[in-house]
Design a protein. Structure first.
Length: 531
């Protein structure tokens, strides 16, 4: 058994190794390294949140493919996402910085690659934060409606008010120190796992009737409006539920400057977060689908499909109990998303890529990038203002920006890793020779998903169609095309003249005052239990 002195020595050595690697990459240690390996895993597991994404978007898969798209589609997407996480994990292990994806792209490909990766990543981070918060607001509003039906409605205005309260609360939490956030994420991971187990037990025991295994694993439903002859296309649309849920795991990389033993812990945190999410999500989705009381009623409930299933299959009391579990999990999820996004914005600003970068890269007395936290919270809130006019369209815009923006940012550094070949310097965790097939599979999968997210999700959303409606339009091509034009025009007209990629802050032989202070702190710190 390790002695306190031995444990402290290992902590000191790990701290020195982390700080030396960060300095070698060009940055001084200005954020606290208070997160252990489990905490790093927990933030990505929390942002993926199987109690958030796959429940708020359950209707997407049920409407487009039905139970087959929900169960087998989840496993298909989950398997490929594990491969993407492995490809990213190898790069994260080599270059564990808060800038993560854009830093990797800059180092492997140059400033232009870093610029586009960074802006797609930042835009995706803001959009996924907004969609998580708004999705949690819909479930919280449904819960409040069950408690106070005469006082709280489920209209878009009420949902937006609840969303605003949630966003303000998560802003406040993120202004606190990282040690508290680390504990919250650890609690969140256990809450998600225990919550899934409780919901599954309830859905197996309480309902008097269940669907058959043939329904859960073999029933195909096409309520998309597209012809049954294009059922594979419809099934592809159903995969969007799983792909939307299993994203945001780059959070482990963005928190690497606050993680002990970052070169290994960041890669493993990212990969295991996806693996655990695939397992727990599959169990949850199977249980929910077994409990479906009525196919047409579930289709009619649309975005409230899960609330409908729980209310009809059990009763209001059990539905309220399960909603409480889910709402708390979704609050954890939104809080973690603000944390991750703010670290990315801090790092991108540190390298002068964001307007008014001096403001966003400031760190408070508690070593939290306070201004970046505020900026992320406000821009995410503003992105959902269109939901006041049309909740469905506004939410769809947010999710499309989130998924495509993040996936483009995932793909670019992986492409550059392939190009680097044997010149790539691995970190503590490496794929070895397997990087070739893993990276290529990851890039092809991301390309397929991006194409699916750009295609119409309903015949009514195709311009020129007889029953065309703007509510059915897929706005992803417009938002992504607009982002490409904006970032591309900005770079070629201006940024290429001044954006040089990562800006080296200090040389390894010249640690800055903040780093010297942290080294001294590690020399006198009492042993702490690994989180």
């Amino acid at each position: 058994m390790s002695t306190p002195a031995g444990y402290l020595n290992r902590e000191r050595e790990t701290a020195r190794s982390d700080e030396a690697l960060l300095l070698r990459l060009g940055y001084s240690q200005v954020l606290y390294r208070e997160m252990g390996g489990f905490s790093n895993f927990a933030i990505s597991f929390t942002i993926i949140s199987v109690l958030a994404g796959c429940l708020t978007s359950y209707y997407l898969a049920f409407n487009n493919g039905g139970p087959v798209a929900i169960t087998w589609g989840w496993l298909l997407v989950g398997g490929f996402c594990v491969i993407v996480a492995m490809a990213m994990g190898e790069i994260a292990s080599s270059m564990p910085t808060a800038g993560a994806l854009y830093f990797w792209a800059s180092k492997l490909g140059g400033p232009a690659w870093g610029w586009f990766t960074g802006w797609f990543n930042l835009l995706g981070q803001i959009a996924v934060t907004a969609s998580i918060q708004y999705g949690s607001a819909t479930f919280a509003t449904a819960l409040l409606n069950l408690w106070f039906p005469s006082m709280v409605g489920t209209d878009t205005t009420t949902i937006f008010i609840v969303f605003t309260v949630i966003a303000a609360g998560q802003l406040g939490l993120n202004l606190l120190n990282v040690n508290l956030l680390s504990r919250l994420n650890t609690l969140s991971a256990w809450w998600h796992m225990a919550g899934v187990a409780l919901i599954v037990v309830i859905l197996l025991i309480v309902p008097t009737e269940h669907q058959s295994p043939a329904f859960v694993f073999g029933e195909v439903i096409n309520n998309s409006g597209f012809s049954d002859t294009g059922i594979w296309f419809v099934f592809g649309l159903g995969l969007l539920m799983a792909q939307y849920t299993i994203t945001g795991y780059d959070a482990s990389a963005h928190m690497s400057e606050e993680t002990r033993g970052a070169s290994r812990a960041t890669a493993l945190g990212m990969i295991w977060a996806v693996v655990a999410s695939v397992v727990f999500g599959f169990i949850l989705l199977v249980a929910v689908t077994f409990a479906v009381p009525d196919v047409q009623g579930t289709l009619d409930a649309a975005g409230m499909a899960v609330v409908y299933i729980w209310s009809e299959a059990t009763n209001d009391t059990w539905a309220e109990f399960m909603l409480i579990i889910v709402v708390i999990a979704q609050l954890f999820c939104g809080t973690a998303s603000v944390t991750s996004a703010s670290r990315m914005m801090f790092a991108f600003s540190r390298d002068r890529a964001v307007p008014f970068s001096r403001l966003w890269r400031r760190v408070g007395a508690n070593r939290v990038p306070v201004n970046s936290v505020i900026a992320i919270a406000i821009t995410a809130w503003a992105l959902m203002i269109p939901t006041l006019a049309n909740g469905v369209v506004g939410y769809a815009v947010g999710t499309s920006i989130a998924v495509i923006g993040l996936n483009i940012a995932f793909a670019l550094p992986i492409i550059l890793r392939i190009r680097a070949g044997e010149k790539f310097e691995p970190g503590a965790w490496s794929l070895g020779k397997h990087y070739k097939w893993v990276s290529w599979v990851a890039v092809v999968w991301i390309a397929v998903m991006c194409v699916l997210f750009l295609l119409p999700i309903s015949p009514k959303g195709i311009p020129g169609a007889e029953d065309f409606t703007w509510e059915s339009v897929n706005y992803a091509p417009l938002t992504v095309g607009g982002a490409v034009v904006l970032f591309g025009g900005w770079y070629f007209l201006s940024a290429r003249k001044w954006f040089t990629g990562p800006v080296r802050e200090a040389r390894p032989e010249e640690p800055g005052p903040m780093q010297r202070q942290q080294i001294q702190q590690h020399q006198v710190r009492e042993p702490v239990r690994p989180s």
